[in-house]
Design a protein around this ligand. Structure first.
Ligand code: F6R
Length: 620
């Protein structure tokens, strides 16, 4: 949550910062601001709203400075406003900071700093950092030859007092051309390019300049100067130089562009066939599934007697799908739990429990905390994430990447499919290790899994039925998504997608639960979206549809091509190609994504940046 960018070099910083913020806007978009060093002082410009508002205000200012920091905010402490927008400054205006995360002890620090004479200008937790650095800098001995190092020391001292999570970039008028950056539990990446040094909360903000980046670890402090980046860590009373982890980013630059699509969400939905193919590439060796990154031998895998999937939001729904596969194919008990519950429940773990942490961003605070808890309790943790070098990747015993490439739209689509495919491979691997499926069966399932890429292409080729159904539902106040088995998991994801981008209230239920309460919602014209694909429970779902229609529901059914019977039970039918039930979520999810997007657009919503949301949830 929140995006940070900083640049010091030979080029004017303003354009670089604004461009970087636009790329980071998926992380939060309540307000935006930049600070640029100009002729011995620092110019700060903040605006409420999107980065475009800020860019509009900056255009006539012609800021020429070559060192600056910027921020795009997702409000935690203090409502979205110009006063609460970052960068924040110290009392004398000579220290400027941008912060991502939450300073949990800000209230006591603020009280103390006010008592010491500091004046605060915002309601944020972040502002304390500017005042703390100011106070520490005043106490740090002057080393006339290295003002940058002095700022590093002051920041190192200041962050010792912070409780919570932070990624910080700090500038001081006393250290022209220097940016000091540090982090704890919130990502921060630095990169040196021919035109200068960059720092950002995501490499996407600097990809035009460099693809070789340094991923700062918790506690590392980077000093960025126009021609160098030096990394430090606290050592005894002082600082020792260290190397940050070097990572080469190989995404195609197209990830940051809409490439002709009207929005990122549609572009990313259309990338899904590629994601399926890339996620599967190299995973079948002979007749065996190979996931070496799991770092468990066949013998250790055979000992796994329980799988525990932890995740949030859409990633949790991918876990619900996987539960059916792991239990169905590998016959291993599997639980799926939202990470925010798992972490506070003191769950029972053993060395033969395999914990699977699923996170697109790899930085979701609750999922990370759950990983740490599971590892302390001796479980093996396997991460499934989309972001190379992310905290989930670093803190798990093994990690698999979903190969979705950068996902920009806030609502997950392609990364969800990447997760489902990765989890399907994991289920096959476990079934193989347990001897529950023959090699021939595994090869057959893998081949059908690979075929889904082409079947998704077919769905994407004609979306007319989806658009018609969306038109019919767009003015509803509420909607119900139902399904059974695999269909129930898809229903949960379909409802989440709809509510998050269209603000149309939606609920999801296993269809069998209808009579236990939700059916009371149904009245004339109430949309019921049913996953009614070919499955062992197809007939049961039909009964639920009859019950819904008898009460006036407007039924939209996702059904299997060739099923004519469904037409007499639904007002709108959206067909997907035939596929075995176990793989049906990969196909059924795609029309649900497009349905949500069509309704959101019909209701005039911004599908890429829905209100109140941010792509990475790095705070609890
Ligand atoms: C919904 C969505 C969120 C995320 C959730 C977890 O479209 O994107 O529900 O799935 O915030 O995020 P990750 O997967 O990054 O841990």
């Amino acid at each position: 949550m929140c995006g940070i960018v900083g640049y010091t070099g030979s080029a004017p910083a303003c354009g670089i910062l604004v461009e970087g913020l636009a790329r980071l806007e998926y992380r939060g978009y309540d307000s935006a601001g930049i600070a640029i060093q100009q002729g011995g002082a620092t110019e700060v410009v903040c605006r409420r709203g999107r980065v475009a508002e800020l860019a509009g205000s900056l255009a006539p200012m012609e800021l020429g400075g070559t060192c600056g920091i910027g921020h795009t905010r997702w409000a935690t402490h203090g409502r979205p406003s110009e006063a609460n927008a970052h960068p924040h400054t110290s009392c004398d205006g000579r220290i400027c900071i941008v912060h991502n995360g939450i300073i949990e002890n800000f209230a006591e620090l603020r009280e103390r700093l006010i008592a010491e004479g500091h004046a605060f200008a915002s309601d944020t937790d972040s502002e304390v950092v500017a005042h703390l650095v100011e106070a520490r800098l005043a106490q740090t001995p002057v080393a006339a030859d290295d003002a940058g190092l002095r700022l590093v020391q002051a920041v190192a001292d200041a962050v010792c007092e912070l409780v919570g999570s932070y990624a910080l970039a700090v500038m001081s008028d006393d250290a022209p051309g220097a940016i000091v950056a540090t982090r704890k539990d919130s990502p921060l990446i630095a990169g040196l390019a021919p035109d200068g040094a960059y720092v950002a909360s995501d490499a996407i903000a600097m990809l035009d300049a460099t693809r070789d980046v340094q991923v700062l670890a918790d506690g590392q402090i980077a000093l960025l100067m126009p021609e160098r980046i030096t990394c430090y860590e606290a050592a005894g009373d002082g600082l020792a130089e260290v190397e940050a982890a070097a990572v080469h980013i190989d995404w195609d630059m197209d990830v940051a562009e809409k490439t002709g699509y009207p929005d990122f969400m549609l572009k990313e939905i259309h990338e899904q066939p590629r994601v399926i193919r890339d996620t599967l590439a190299g995973r079948l060796v002979g007749n065996s599934i190979s996931i070496d990154e799991l770092t468990l031998s066949a013998q250790e895998l055979n000992l796994v007697d329980r799988v525990c999937i932890i995740a949030c939001g859409t990633s949790y729904h991918a876990g619900l799908i996987a539960k059916n596969l792991i239990e169905g194919w590998a016959r291993i008990p599997c639980e799926v739990e939202v990470a925010s519950e798992f972490r506070y429940r003191n769950p029972i773990m053993t060395p033969t429990t395999l914990v699977v942490a699923v996170s697109q961003s790899g930085e979701t605070a609750d999922t990370l905390a759950a990983i740490r808890d599971a590892r302390v309790k001796d479980a093996r943790v396997f991460g499934i994430t989309n972001v190379v070098g992310s905290p989930v990747a670093r803190e798990s015993d093994g990690v698999v990447y979903t190969k979705a490439n950068k996902e920009i739209a806030v609502a997950s689509t392609k990364s969800f499919l990447g997760q489902v495919v990765s989890l399907t491979l994991l289920a096959l691997l476990l079934a193989q290790a347990k001897g529950e499926l023959t090699s021939a069966h595994i090869r057959q399932l893998y081949s059908e899994l690979a075929d889904t890429a082409e079947l998704v292409e077919r769905i994407l080729a004609d979306t007319s039925a989806i658009d018609e159904a969306a038109q019919a539902c767009k003015d509803a106040a509420s909607a119900l998504f139902i399904g059974r088995g695999m269909g129930a998991a898809c229903a949960h994801e379909g409802a989440l997608k709809l509510k998050e981008i269209s603000y149309l209230h939606a609920e999801s239920y296993p269809a069998g639960e209808m009579k236990h309460g939700p059916i009371a919602l149904i009245e004339e014209g109430f949309p019921v979206i049913a996953i009614a694909t070919a499955s062992p429970t197809y007939d049961k779902v039909l009964s639920n549809l009859q019950e819904s229609r008898a009460r006036g529901a407007l039924v939209v059914a996702i059904a299997t091509e060739g099923d004519e019977e469904i037409r007499s039970h639904a007002d709108h039918v959206i067909y997907i190609p035939p596929v075995r039930d176990a793989l049906s979520p990969i196909l059924a999810s795609v029309p649900l994504q497009l349905f949500a997007r069509a309704i959101a657009l019909a209701r005039g919503c911004d599908v890429d940046q829905p209100r109140n949301l941010a792509k990475s949830v790095t705070v609890e």
